[in-house]
Design a binder for this molecule. Structure first.
Ligand code: ACO
Length: 435
């Protein structure tokens, strides 16, 4: 097979030749000049399919939401650099931006914020839902189940208005569900949301207040949490987002699609890495081990240890979110009254890894999860809630991607093919003859 790129009358094409037969395929170029071969007609023209394990070379859709240049370490939501949004915006503003495509006007943001505010409470019967689950349940499956269960409380037909209401309910109730899952796990009473507080402060209060004591939210910590949510808000076609689109492509409703995304995010190679990072740092601290000793294990091909929070499928230079978080770590820890041993270990690991040929040659740099855990820990968030925090942040991105998929004129149910490598046809052997 040969592939040739050509340009005729300004329209570029790729010619693919297999066994002497050639077929031409259009090239699609994105805003930032990233080029793709549109192979929709490949099988019809050549009787071949493509094989791309892990989809490293496969574009599953055209999207106008997030742009990443992994080589240059660039991340933009709807064209806006992540550094600017992190410095100047708020999570709810970014949520609107992702979902609607433009920054909100003053009136739009006010309207959106108040809609979210008045939908923060859970249906009273949700209490029975939490009661039915084991106390030591990990909060991620609890959140996935709670989001799926939302669809059982609101069962109207799926009109545009109902989808709008569902979006508001999901964004409004996710922190309440997350905090409730935590309170359930430690046997404390749930806190009702307090709607005069901003999004991040409300969540911190629901997590940490107890009925018998006053609780004041520290605005510096609330801002740090808001920043974390902004940095996690979208990341184009990653594992969980592709899952949301895949499930949604069957016309499954929004809560069902998001619940599937939460399950995908839970895995240690994806959102679950933030929990793994802090456990790794704590292990190194407890064993009084050194960065160098741990890195030797991470490099050893006979050892399954990986340097968690390092490496990324797309970023082949520094993840810009990790750079922002590394700085934020310093600010939060200063507020909390001093340096942290875990941050010191993380910084030492990074320093040594970035000078080591194993990591340099494979272009392995810190990703968003490398420093987020240190901040969550400083905020007092329990380790098994880290990935839930990621979930709250990623929610607007999943919603925006789900909507974009449903409105795409090229929309089709997602249904990859395969190359079958199993047994050729054979005859059934009756049980009695099988020995
Ligand atoms: N530690 C040690 N070696 C690593 C690491 C790591 N963290 N990451 C990749 N490598 C090595 C692999 O062993 C492989 O080496 P080889 O070429 O000698 O076989 C090479 O680097 C390429 O790695 P792949 O696993 O093929 O890269 P892939 O793009 O498939 O995986 C992933 C990316 C899953 C993020 C990987 O780097 C990893 O496991 N990192 C640790 C987990 C983590 O931090 N995940 C969070 C990602 S960000 C997010 O989802 C929010």
């Amino acid at each position: 097979m040969t592939t040739k790129l050509e340009e005729s009358k300004g329209a570029k094409t790729a010619t693919i030749s297999i066994d002497g037969k050639s077929a031409e395929f259009p090239l699609v170029t994105g805003t930032e000049q990233e080029t793709a071969i549109n192979i929709e007609k490949l099988r019809a023209a050549t009787n071949c399919i493509t094989l791309d394990p892990g989809f490293g070379n496969t574009g599953s859709c055209k999207s106008a939401i997030t742009f990443i240049d992994g080589e240059k370490g660039i991340l933009r939501y709807r064209g806006y650099p992540i550094e600017e949004l992190a410095a100047k915006s708020t999570f709810l503003e970014v949520a609107w931006l992702l979902i609607h495509g433009e920054l909100p006007t003053h009136a739009e943001l006010e309207g959106f914020t108040s809609e979210v505010r008045v939908h923060t409470m859970l249906h009273q019967d949700f209490g029975r839902f939490f009661d039915a689950l084991p106390k030591d349940a990990h909060p991620m499956p609890v959140c996935a189940a709670a989001v799926g269960a939302l669809a059982t409380f609101y069962q109207q037909p799926e009109s545009e208005q109902q989808i709008h209401d569902t979006i508001i309910r999901l964004i409004a109730k996710m922190p309440t569900m997350a905090a409730s899952s935590y309170k359930h796990s430690i046997g404390q009473p749930f806190n009702y949301p307090l709607n005069r507080l901003d999004y991040a402060s409300n969540f911190l209060r629901m997590m940490f207040a107890v009925p018998c004591e006053e609780y004041e939210v520290d605005p510096v910590l609330a801002r740090a949490l808001d920043l974390l949510l902004i940095l996690h808000a979208d990341h184009e076609q990653n594992c969980s987002t592709s899952t949301v689109r895949m499930v949604g492509s069957s016309m499954a409703n929004l809560p069902a699609s998001i619940a599937a995304g939460i399950s995908a995010l839970w895995g240690p190679l994806h959102g679950g890495a933030n929990q793994q990072v802090i456990e790794m740092l704590e292990r190194i601290e407890a064993e009084e081990g050194t960065a160098d000793k741990f890195l030797a294990k991470a490099k050893d091909k006979n050892d399954t240890t990986r340097l968690m929070g390092f490496g990324h499928r797309v970023y082949k230079s520094y993840d810009p979110r990790a750079a922002i978080l590394k700085k934020a770590c310093g600010d939060v820890l200063q507020r909390m009254g001093g340096p942290s041993r875990l941050l010191e270990i993380a910084m030492r690991l990074e320093e040594v890894a970035l000078k080591d040929d194993y990591f340099v040659s494979r272009k392995l740099y810190p990703n968003v999860d490398f420093y987020s855990g240190v901040i969550y820990k400083a905020l007092g968030i329990p380790v098994n809630m880290f990935t839930v925090m990621f979930t709250i942040g990623r929610l607007p991105g999943w919603i925006a991607q789900w909507q974009e998929m449903r409105r795409d004129k090229d929309f089709r149910i997602a249904r990859p093919r395969q190359v079958y490598v199993g047994s050729p046809k054979r005859m059934y052997v009756p049980l009695a003859d099988r020995g």
